[in-house]
Design a protein around this ligand. Structure first.
Ligand SMILES: NC(=O)c1ccc[n+]([C@@H]2O[C@H](COP(=O)([O-])OP(=O)(O)OC[C@H]3O[C@@H](n4cnc5c(N)ncnc54)[C@H](OP(=O)(O)O)[C@@H]3O)[C@@H](O)[C@H]2O)c1
Length: 312
């Protein structure tokens, strides 16, 4: 059997390590797992030269700058975010096009402003919200793949810049937006823990914990996203933009309650507004990513159960 050569960038990151694990399990792929020490994706010439030398059939870019608050407050950090999230995807896109590779890249719900359009039932004019069409209509509120981005933070703007570079320069691409990733921390020194790990620690040390009861969006379990990425590729879905998140939108507070219920941690959880934890970068108040193209992922509560049952 001929193996497909697949290059995974950001291979030590939270998502990258799951992509490596899932593709390595399949003998149909020869996996090259690279992180910053193998290729700094902000170096345009090196990107082209090193990738051309190995000629992968598929390039997955899971490398990113994710320090949302740092790049809001600090100009040097913002410059770095623009290089990694904004410009580097363009270098990868041009390289992928030149060697005929499929490029998979990830983006975020933070490219949206938090004010989604509310869809009306087909056949209804917007002025008649009490008509028979509305009676049985369950609007899906959120941002679908065609919604217009309008980021409200520097991080969001840097990721949107990357999206534009991909769509402008790549021919065969999957641009996958996701939100609130959780899973095993990245294999790098000082790796940022995901929300659930932070809250587990707080719950074990304190008698009460405050959690923001705002910023509604969807959690995404990194292994589920990696698996779905492989499915998109293998089912040869049309190239374009996809939204992949676990089902069931919630606030940070609602997620904390469920976490402590599943982990059997008895602690008082106090819902607070985002104003209680001021941060430099604005977050969208509502950034549910609607998936209109793929079978949905399982509910986040089920994914969380699996995560808690498999300590790393
Ligand atoms: N985490 C979330 O909640 C979230 C939400 C929405 C979307 N996303 C998107 O999902 C994707 C995966 O995120 P993640 O959380 O798995 O990221 P992550 O854990 O921060 O991993 C990113 C990896 O990229 C590497 N990297 C950084 N700069 C690089 C460079 N210049 N050249 C090569 N590699 C570099 C990092 O290495 P160092 O750490 O050593 O720099 C790290 O190993 C990203 O596109 C991200 O924007 C994430």
């Amino acid at each position: 059997m001929i193996e497909k050569k697949i290059l995974i960038l950001g291979a030590k990151g939270m998502l990258g390590q799951e992509l490596v694990r899932i593709f390595k399990k399949d003998s149909g792929y020869k996996v090259l797992a690279w992180d910053k020490e193998d290729l700094d994706i902000t170096q345009e010439t090196a990107v082209y030269r090193k990738i051309k030398a190995i000629r992968p059939a598929i390039i997955i870019n899971a490398a990113a700058y994710n320090a949302v608050d740092k790049c809001e407050a600090d100009k040097k950090e913002l410059a770095l975010a623009k290089k990694i999230n904004g410009l580097a995807p363009g270098y990868l896109a041009k390289t992928a096009k030149k060697i005929g590779a499929v490029l998979i890249h990830y983006s975020t719900d933070y490219v949206f402003d938090g004010n989604p359009d509310i869809t009306e039932p087909t056949g209804c004019s917007h002025s008649c919200s009490s008509c028979h069409l509305h009676e049985s209509f369950q609007p899906q509120i959120g941002f679908d793949e065609n919604a217009k981005p309008n980021p409200i933070s520097n991080y969001g703007r840097s990721k949107l810049m990357g999206e534009k570079e991909i769509t402008k320069n790549a021919k065969k691409y999957y641009l996958i937006r996701t939100s609130k990733l959780f899973g095993k921390p990245a294999q790098i020194e000082g790796a940022k823990k995901s929300f659930f790990d932070v809250m587990l620690e707080l719950g074990q040390k304190n008698q009460e914990v405050k959690a923001v009861d705002e910023e509604i969006s969807c959690f995404t379990y990194a292994p589920d996203l990696a698996q779905k990425t492989k499915e998109i590729l293998e089912s040869q879905k049309p190239f374009g933009i996809y939204h992949i998140v676990n089902s069931g939108p919630c606030t940070w507070y609602e997620a904390t309650l469920e976490l402590y219920r599943q982990a059997k941690i008895k602690v008082k959880v106090i819902p607070v507004s985002s104003g209680e934890f001021p941060r430099p970068a604005k977050r969208p108040a509502y950034s549910v990513l609607l998936n209109t193209k793929l079978n949905p992922l399982r509910d986040w509560k089920e994914a969380l159960k699996e995560y808690l049952e498999n300590p790393y």
